[in-house]
Design a protein. Structure first.
Ligand SMILES: [Mg+2]
Length: 438
């Protein structure tokens, strides 16, 4: 067990040494970055937000930019996506029109966003979060909640120390800084992470929640945007403290379900769980064509073959999906997704294909498509999948036939048995694009 002593003395964010007095600097490394809080070792909900994420990634990748004001933005929308802290000193803010930003900071370096790169970096950081707990709920590319309850035995450290180590690790391994908020609920953890950016680490405990919130503006509450804040203002409500004096009944009478939220959050009552992204939300297969295709006849064999792939994966993983999703991309890259929920989850190629077909039929309007995909979502284990259809005897027969085909394929390989839909019709039309399980 790491040395966890008096939470009033806390520990050093840099060298992690537990402190033994109320001194202002770490007695081991001299750093002033000490974490102290009466509930320091009891809180386990964290919110992590990368600091000026896009701009920081660009600065990391081009050291010449380091001390310069950098604005990520431009492009079609003509607004600031992210401004680095140097640019912020000059008054540049996110979502500001580009021309205004350049008025405020004419010597800024403007860089077009490279979303692919940021997404890649974001994924790496998220993976580091998952090393700490499976309960990671991403809010955006550079932001997530973590629930570290019950991880103390795994890490031999309480959540606050684990998160301090995490933020050091991101700096060391990714060359980027994050801000961390820790509390007993999501609402306050998120507020805390915003407190002393960049490289922040703030703690809001249960004891202080109500007092802490009292003088804050209502806009701090989730879901209170400009319009709703204006409504509240008309009713004379500006601070969260005012909400704390109001009862739930009248608040709900005035603002509906939002009234309940105002009542609860103003008092620091937030029982929402950290909801991790499920590992696999859907199973799908898609393919891009060599040449764009407009006709149903040409699309059908491809749909059939993809349905079989999806079905094969479902059967292998012993799962089934209840919603069939069809995906089409037109020549001008417009995406169409259509879905249909089935009465029961399925893992049968035949049902996936027939459902996909009925969705596809309606999309045939002369548009030339460059991509077709089919998949299922709403996944469950296969226990309830595909009950025998007592009404549609043909469907039952097809299910029996499919099981027989599966057995043959199991013995002789996937291409041993082709159905009439696909036989000899596909190879030349499709590129070899890897399929995805999302
Ligand atoms: Mg951020």
């Amino acid at each position: 067990m790491a040395p966890v002593n008096d939470p009033r003395f806390g520990f050093c964010r840099d060298c992690l040494a537990a402190q033994t007095s109320e001194g202002r600097r770490c007695h081991v490394c001299g750093s002033p970055r000490l974490l102290r809080h009466p509930e320091l070792y009891r809180l386990s909900i964290a919110h992590v937000d990368c600091d000026a994420f896009y701009a920081s990634v660009e600065k990391r990748d081009n050291p010449e930019l380091r001390n310069k004001p950098v604005i990520i933005g431009g492009g079609k929308r003509g607004v600031v996506s992210t401004a680095c802290y140097v640019a912020r000193i000059h008054g540049v803010k996110s979502a500001m029109p580009m021309f205004k930003a350049l008025e405020a900071c004419p010597h800024a370096v403007v860089i077009k966003p490279d979303m692919e790169k940021y997404a890649r970096v974001g994924r790496e950081i998220r993976q580091m979060m998952r090393d700490l707990t499976p309960l990671v709920e991403p809010l955006s590319i550079d932001e997530a909640f973590l629930d570290l309850s019950g991880t103390e035995r795994l890490h031999h450290d309480p959540p606050a120390r684990v998160m301090a180590q995490f933020s050091n690790r991101v700096e060391r391994e990714m060359g980027l800084s994050v801000s961390v908020g820790i509390s007993y609920c999501k609402f306050l953890a998120k507020i805390a992470s915003d407190f002393e950016k960049p490289r922040g680490f703030s703690i809001i405990g249960a004891e202080e929640a109500v007092t802490f919130l009292a003088d804050k503006p209502v806009t701090l509450i989730w879901g209170v945007g400009k319009a709703f804040a204006a409504t509240l203002e008309r009713d004379g409500i500006r601070t969260i403290g005012q909400l704390q004096t109001m009862e739930q009944g009248p608040l709900m009478a005035a603002y509906g379900t939002m009234g309940q939220r105002l009542y609860r959050l103003s008092r620091g009552l937030d029982t929402r769980r950290v909801e991790p992204e499920s590992e696999s939300k859907s199973v799908s297969a898609e393919t891009t064509f060599n040449e764009d295709i407009a006709s149903l006849d040409d699309l059908v064999p491809i749909l059939r073959s993809l349905s079989e792939k999806v079905s094969h994966r479902l059967k292998t993983a012993d799962i089934a999906g209840r919603t069939v999703v069809l995906k089409l991309k037109s020549r001008d890259f417009k995406l169409r997704t259509r879905n249909r929920q089935l009465a029961d989850p399925t893992q049968l190629a035949d049902r996936i294909f027939r459902t996909g077909f009925s969705l596809l039929e309606k999309e045939i309007d002369g548009t030339r498509f460059r991509l077709l995909g089919i998949g299922v979502s709403d996944l469950s284990d296969d226990g309830r999948a595909d009950p025998l259809d007592l009404v549609d005897v043909q469907a039952t027969k097809r299910a029996v036939a499919e099981t027989a085909i599966d057995k043959l394929r199991g013995k002789f390989g996937n291409h041993a048995v082709e159905t009439g839909y696909t036989f000899g019709k596909i190879q030349s039309r499709t590129k070899n694009v890897p399929d995805e399980i999302e």
